[in-house]
Design a protein around this ligand. Structure first.
Ligand SMILES: [Ca+2]
Ligand SMILES: [Ca+2]
Ligand SMILES: [Ca+2]
Ligand SMILES: [Ca+2]
Length: 364
């Protein structure tokens, strides 16, 4: 009896109840807990802690102390940093950088000092017509001791999604940035100063039905590729603007063209809007998978309702090989995705980033 009480006490200390089975990782550290009755899984806060519904967040080791901190932006305040110290979080509020309706955060080391920096892209208040927009804002990490805040040299607009990678192969991280209806590239001078580039994208992408892009070397040939995505239902409506989901293959010309691209088939079941994309080798076979978060399009009158997670090898759909229960037409959209081994089988699982629900897509 005494022994049981002690073990329950220890388990409670570990953030676990007696109905839970501990989930270890390869290093035998506890990453989460599986309920014996319901089989539901929750992750330990040192692996992943949730910071509320209305936040746009980016998880990264901001102060380089070995654990994952969180950079958070919302319409309520200037950005918040939650510094992680072994699962204990301390919140710091920045003095500057407030934006209304932040839509996405791009994180990368933009000035090459080893510390991750951030850019927030924001909508402003969608209900305003005309919408005054926001100017994308850069947060340079001062070596884990706060951030230097400045605006990018861009117009105020309805900024949406973006991505970063060394597009021109000169050793620094460049940007892809999108409004709802335009895609642009900004080139880094190495110090985190960005300048809009011309001639690197199809000219039609300045007025299109695309809202996002992902920069990754998808086919691992040494050149960064570009996946563009957005409102592909417009293909079905014979829209005059580019709206097809496409991979534009990178090459030594450092230009992305539709002549050197591959189309991803548009969704005809009502999930013709893509709002997030990842590129990761899910099953460690050397071939990257592309993961798309789709949501409802207006063709079936369910604009931004429901979700569909799609997994591709190149342009081929391999979703069924990897996960089950990948669609819902009644639940809300999955705004962004994250990859974590949730159940301790060392396979990478797909997790809803915002975590308004506890939604895991376990790899088969
Ligand atoms: Ca940096
Ligand atoms: Ca570069
Ligand atoms: Ca490539
Ligand atoms: Ca793979």
């Amino acid at each position: 009896m005494k022994k049981t009480l002690i073990s329950i006490y220890i388990l409670t200390l570990l953030g676990c109840s007696k109905d839970d089975i501990l989930i270890p990782n390869k290093e035998k550290e506890v990453i989460g807990y599986k309920n014996k009755t319901t089989n539901s899984i929750r992750l330990d806060s040192k692996i992943w802690k949730w910071f509320g519904n209305e936040n746009t967040s980016f998880y990264a080791d901001i102060d380089l102390d070995g654990d994952e901190d969180v950079f958070i932006s919302n319409s309520e305040s200037t950005p918040l940093i939650n510094y992680n110290d072994g699962g204990k979080f301390t919140e710091t509020k920045l003095n500057d950088g407030y934006q209304i309706f932040p839509r996405s955060i791009i994180g990368n080391d933009f000035n090459g000092d080893g510390y991750i920096d951030f850019i927030i892209l924001a909508h402003n208040d969608e209900r305003l017509n005309p919408n005054p927009g926001e100017i994308p804002t850069l947060f340079i990490n001062e070596r884990g001791k706060g951030f230097k805040v400045s605006k990018l040299n861009l117009k105020s607009s309805f900024w949406h999604l973006g991505s970063s990678a060394d597009i021109d192969k000169d050793g620094d991280v460049d940007l892809l940035i999108c409004t709802a209806g335009s895609i642009g590239i900004m080139i880094n001078d190495g110090m985190g100063n960005f300048k809009e580039a011309s001639g690197m994208l199809p000219i039609s992408y300045t007025n299109c039905n695309l809202i996002g892009g992902m920069l990754e070397d998808i086919n691992k040939d040494g050149y960064i590729d570009l996946l563009v995505y957005g409102h592909e239902f417009n293909v079905l409506n014979n829209a005059p603007y580019p709206s097809k989901t496409k991979i534009l293959w990178g090459n030594s010309s450092r230009k992305f063209t539709e002549e050197n691209s591959s189309d991803i088939k548009e969704d005809t079941n009502g999930y013709g809007i893509i709002i997030d994309a990842l590129c990761v080798d899910l099953n460690d076979d050397g071939i990257n998978e592309i993961i798309l978060s789709r949501t409802g399009d207006p063709i079936n009158s369910s604009f931004y309702k429901g979700y569909k997670i799609q997994i591709l090898n190149g342009v081929n759909d391999v979703t069924d090989k990897f996960i089950m229960n990948n669609t819902s037409n009644s639940e809300s959209a999955i705004m962004w995705l994250k990859i974590i081994d949730v159940n301790g089988d060392y396979k990478k699982d797909i997790v809803e980033g915002v975590r308004r629900r506890v939604k895991f897509f376990l790899q088969k």
